[in-house]
Design a protein around this ligand. Structure first.
Ligand SMILES: NC(=O)c1ccc[n+]([C@@H]2O[C@H](COP(=O)([O-])OP(=O)(O)OC[C@H]3O[C@@H](n4cnc5c(N)ncnc54)[C@H](OP(=O)(O)O)[C@@H]3O)[C@@H](O)[C@H]2O)c1
Length: 290
């Protein structure tokens, strides 16, 4: 699909089935909370096929990536609009490693490409810095922070565990990042991420990462909302990623549908649906209280 296809409207289905609405600004103008369960409102976003694939292994390198058979330009526009609403993006060590290998889809949003320049302008008009800040979740600290993030004036914070070695910590600090050991051990806990970002003054945090970070956030009850594009397509494959990975969630994460839009099929592309869910955590669950 080309970007001009953004002229095709989408059909609201839930909570009210109404007349078609334009795709651009669908997520940019939607009212969103600015307070979540533990501090900032934390939201994630995925595009998945009907068989649940969010990434497929490259046939030669074996590296996982979002293929053109999974994502499309219309979903990418909404992904960027959600980034425009954030104070801080949550990314991962894996993403920054992929970026160096050229396997990531783009530099971290907001994209500087022409179809998205309106988003940076929207931010400035609404009193935000042109680009959201960046928080990197990593146990290994085995990545390099792109210089471009600092040139864009973004504050970069690395969130890691107490097991992180001093040498790697100092390397990231020398590059201009702040490194915080926020949880005991190697991995960081989702509620520690949320509280830390809240203490830093952030009100909305957008997780642009994959299944492991989402798992950490949900396990701690720290994910407040999930935006999910489901492409009306099945791709199969033996080596793929899906929305979340990690131990069985106990209790499971239950979600409540907030809205649903149909993006109808065209002659050249399958249909897809754009959903927003809120996360419902039972008060009696093992999750820590806010
Ligand atoms: N279709 C979509 O919407 C979509 C969205 C996002 C990602 N993807 C794709 O999904 C694929 C898989 O992504 P991924 O498996 O790499 O998932 P990921 O969850 O983005 O990243 C995993 C990395 O995050 C860090 N991490 C995760 N949980 C952590 C924790 N609790 N504490 C500290 N660090 C933690 C680790 O970094 P260290 O190794 O540095 O410790 C780990 O390697 C990628 O190909 C990506 O492109 C698709």
């Amino acid at each position: 699909m080309t970007d001009s296809s953004n002229n095709v409207p989408v059909q609201p289905l839930y909570p009210d089935a109404g007349t078609p609405v334009p795709l651009p600004r669908l997520y940019l103008d939607a009212p969103l909370p600015d307070r979540g369960r533990f501090g900032p409102w934390i939201y994630g976003n995925f595009v998945a096929t009907l068989d649940g694939r969010i990434a497929l292994a490259h046939p030669e390198t074996g590296r996982l990536g979002v293929t053109a058979s999974i994502g499309d330009a219309r979903d990418w526009r909404l992904f960027q609009e959600l980034a425009a609403r954030a104070d801080v993006l949550i990314t991962s060590g894996r993403y920054l490693r992929d970026l160096r290998l050229g396997a990531a889809q783009d530099v971290l949003p907001l994209s500087s490409k022409p179809p998205f320049v309106d988003l940076a302008e929207w931010r400035v008009e609404h009193g935000y810095p042109r680009q959201p800040d960046v928080a990197v979740m990593s146990g290994s600290l085995d990545f390099q922070i792109p210089e471009a993030l600092f040139r864009q004036g973004r504050r970069v914070t690395v969130l890691t565990g107490t097991a992180a070695g001093d040498e790697a910590v100092h390397r990231h600090e020398r590059s201009g990042a702040r490194v915080m050991r926020i949880s005991a051990g190697g991995a960081v806990k989702g509620d520690d991420v949320a509280r830390t970002l809240g203490d830093m003054g952030y009100r909305r945090a957008y997780s642009v990462t994959g299944p492991y970070v989402l798992h950490a956030l949900m396990q701690a009850g720290a994910l407040d909302a999930l935006f999910l594009t489901q492409r009306h397509r099945i791709v199969g494959g033996e080596d793929y990623s899906t929305i979340t990975a990690g131990p069985v969630l106990t209790p499971p994460a239950d979600l409540q549908l907030q809205w649903l839009y149909l993006d109808a099929a065209t002659e050249t592309a399958p249909g897809q649906q754009f959903a927003r869910f809120s996360l419902e955590y039972p008060p009696s669950s093992a999750h820590a209280d806010p």
